[in-house]
Design a binder for this molecule. Sequence first.
Ligand SMILES: [Zn+2]
Length: 417
Amino acid sequence: MTKKSFDLIIKNANELITVEGASKYPKIKKQMEEVGTIKNGAVAIKNGRIVAIGETKNLLANTKSVKKIIDAKNKIVMPGFVDCHTHLLFGGSRENEFTEKLKGSSYLEILKKGGGILNTVTATRKELEKPEKITNKTLKTLDRMMSYGTTTAEVKTGYGLNAEAELQMLNVIKKLNAIHPIDLIPTFLGAHIIPKEYINKRKEYINLLLEMLPKIKKLAKYCDVFCEKNAFTAKEAKQILQEAKQLGIKSKLHTNQFNDIGGIKIGIDLKATSLDHLDYVNEEHIKKISTSGTIAVLLPGVPFHLMNKHYAPAQKMIKAGIPIALATDFNPGSCPTLSMQMIIDLACRNMKITPNQAINATTINASHAIGMAQEIGSIEIGKKADIIILDIPNHKQLPYWFGINLIKTVIKNGKIT
Ligand SMILES: [Zn+2]
């Protein structure tokens, strides 16, 4: 065997967690328990890609030269987290509503009073007047996100809610994607909520969204709708997503977060890539989703922050064969965390997800939820070298220590960040 030269080697990992074998289809059922552990593992990187994997001894024996070596003794090495559902571009913050919630107001009550998302829409529109400022502010958000181990994130619009501001949001996301190491997957969420100006003119707003779709199709990979009471009906969601689909924009759907108003059927009929939230689902819904090929993106940070204690029945879903992904839903109202580690902590404690299931749900299955599983989500030869090193000796400790940033090193596209 000819010896090879590499740019970077990570050696001596107490556990190298590869999450291998599911780049084509997401992991389901028992596969969710397999994380592909190599004891005393090593991984070699060249030109930003993973080029060799194995036991440290063997990998080093086949190395001719290497520019840099990281020693991961007593640590675990795993794929970077993929946060497949975020609203990370926004203006303002909503700590006052959090205080209101502590006094007993519900999310939907705050929304009805004109607070909630509408508050963020006003603040975002204002901040978008100075695109450079909001871009710089969000770069800091992305830095913080990366420091917690996230290497790819989906980002939704939905705080502009008029033709100009929504387009501006997509352009800011494009710019952020070009200048920040984290890869961003843009999603158009013009159908987040009916903006104030259209409160008695729903049909006109839907028509505006339909008119916008051809203009945003080059900037957005997905189209999403918030299908919920006081947001959009299932019929409206169908109309918007169907039109998007005809233009070649794939579907995602916020559905069954608080109520069942028929979103699941719409998502399945339109072959949505993912159905997100799903906190309020019954046996029949679970059965339908399990045969649909769609991914369930569960967001346990939301019921935690809203303190409603109503979590998606994750284990029932896994048992039924639904591929589960986990994400932050990072946004200023219902989930102000950037930490996928925190999401894993919450999923284990409140949904009884196991550490192994949580690792699959935040890496390879999350990559499938944004159509990126051929490129990222596992440590396999040929994939992007998006790798994190955690300062724990085994992966079972990942959800065990909670509220602590366990990240030691983040490697994005083969570069130490
Ligand atoms: Zn969301």
